[in-house]
Design a protein around this ligand. Structure first.
Ligand SMILES: Nc1ncnc2c1ncn2[C@@H]1O[C@H](COP(=O)(O)OP(=O)(O)O)[C@@H](O)[C@H]1O
Ligand SMILES: [Mg+2]
Length: 373
């Protein structure tokens, strides 16, 4: 069978790097062939973060950053091509998620006509600089059809990771955390569970200047503050019914500081321990609401490298086995970028890529705009 090569490009809520994955999607297979990660430097990350909440002169800043990120995404794709020793003509399309700077889906008092989501990283620039047809802006059609615009990865998770007769949970722990429940009978559920690494990253950055808590070691040096944990677990997003999706709008440093406001004397490592427990519990509580353990659980995203967090997930879901997606053939840090290669193929083939039970959209829709090479 002839190969069908696609590239997936993604920068998630963590804003840690632009991930580029080359896949062969021929004959309905999902085969990861090559990868490249392009770091995002501090000043660009700061500009992205500034656009994640309302501020002045937004259109000017947005326009410039959109183009800059387009150039960076194209650079990541071109570096991947070079690594794989391929010409642009060998690639059917790039699927580019872009960088989310706002996610305001319908729900919690927001009217459908006011809901919006915005991913930037100009696809015109990617198509131009790579000479490859680029599919982008995947989420907004689902929003227009009254959906959450997220999560969009569950159909890919099912295509890549399902096994008939077996119930599997695929949990992506990026900045935020989302789950796909692949039931033994083939039915699919998917939703955001709340924070992934975002709060852990924010707290260690504020106290130690580090980008993330490697292995969750700093968290492990602290003790859980039970009262604080209890308050965190009352966050309204956690009890919201599905379909639901979240972002930095719901879980951010300001929210945490507000919670700590009443008792700012907590030891920082105890707060980190509490945040890790909160992250683990919010994921597991959401899971067991929809599926009874034991089930097979596979984790992807950078959070799968937080050994402390993985240990807590295992403890909370015992006796369900908790592994990473490496056990299913795709290294955890490449699953989401791979999903956008797969989503681009769906678009080119005129196939829907939203699952209405997941996003709540009124119907299946072909997602994304196509920017010809
Ligand atoms: N070795 C590690 N230990 C702990 N956390 C890690 C490790 N490696 C990655 N991470 C976490 O994963 C995050 C990146 O995850 P990623 O899946 O790229 O998220 P996103 O999709 O939001 O960009 C980092 O910000 C960090 O919090
Ligand atoms: Mg990332």
């Amino acid at each position: 069978m002839a190969p069908e090569l696609y590239i997936g490009l993604l920068s998630g809520t963590s804003i840690d790097s632009i991930d580029a994955a080359l896949l062969d999607l021929g004959a309905n297979q999902v085969k990861l062939l090559a990868t490249h990660s392009e770091p995002i430097d501090g000043p660009v990350k700061a500009q992205i973060l500034e656009l994640c909440s309302p501020g002045s002169n937004e259109i000017e800043r947005l326009g410039i950053l959109d183009r800059q990120l387009g150039v960076m995404f194209a650079k990541a794709a071109n570096a991947l091509l070079q690594r794989a020793d391929l010409n642009p003509a060998a690639i059917k399309a790039i699927g580019s998620h872009g960088q989310t700077i706002r996610h305001r889906p319908v729900g919690r008092g927001r009217e459908s006509t006011c809901a919006f989501t915005l991913q930037i990283g100009d696809p015109n620039t990617i198509a131009e600089n790579c000479a490859i047809t680029t599919v982008a802006d995947f989420r907004r059609r689902d929003i227009a059809a009254n959906g959450q615009g997220a999560p969009l990865v569950p159909l890919f998770h099912r295509a890549a990771f399902s096994r008939p007769g077996t119930t599997r949970a695929i949990v992506n722990i990026g900045g935020m955390s989302n789950v796909s429940l692949l039931a033994a009978d083939g039915t699919l559920l998917g939703f955001d569970t709340g924070p992934g690494n975002v709060l852990l990253d924010a707290w260690i950055n504020q106290h130690k200047g580090e980008d993330f808590d490697r292995g969750g070691e700093w968290a492990a040096s602290g003790s859980i503050v039970n009262q604080l944990l209890g308050t965190m677990l009352t966050h309204p997003f956690l009890s919201q019914v599905i379909p639901k999706s979240t972002g930095r709008e719901d879980f951010n440093a300001e929210w945490l500081l507000q919670l700590l406001g009443s008792d700012p004397r907590q030891r920082p490592e105890d707060v980190q321990a509490t945040l890790l427990e909160f992250t683990a519990r919010s994921i597991c509580n959401a899971l067991v609401r929809y599926v009874e353990p034991p089930f097979e659980m596979y984790v992807c995203g950078g959070g799968s490298y937080n050994t402390r967090l993985m240990g807590r997930l295992e403890g909370l879901l015992h006796p369900s086995p908790v592994k990473t997606t490496a056990a299913l053939g795709i290294a955890p840090e490449w699953v989401e970028a791979s999903a956008f290669a797969w989503l681009a193929k769906q678009t080119l083939e005129g196939l829907p890529a939203n699952d209405t039970a997941v996003t709540g959209a009124i119907g299946p829709r072909i997602l994304g705009g196509i920017f010809q090479r």
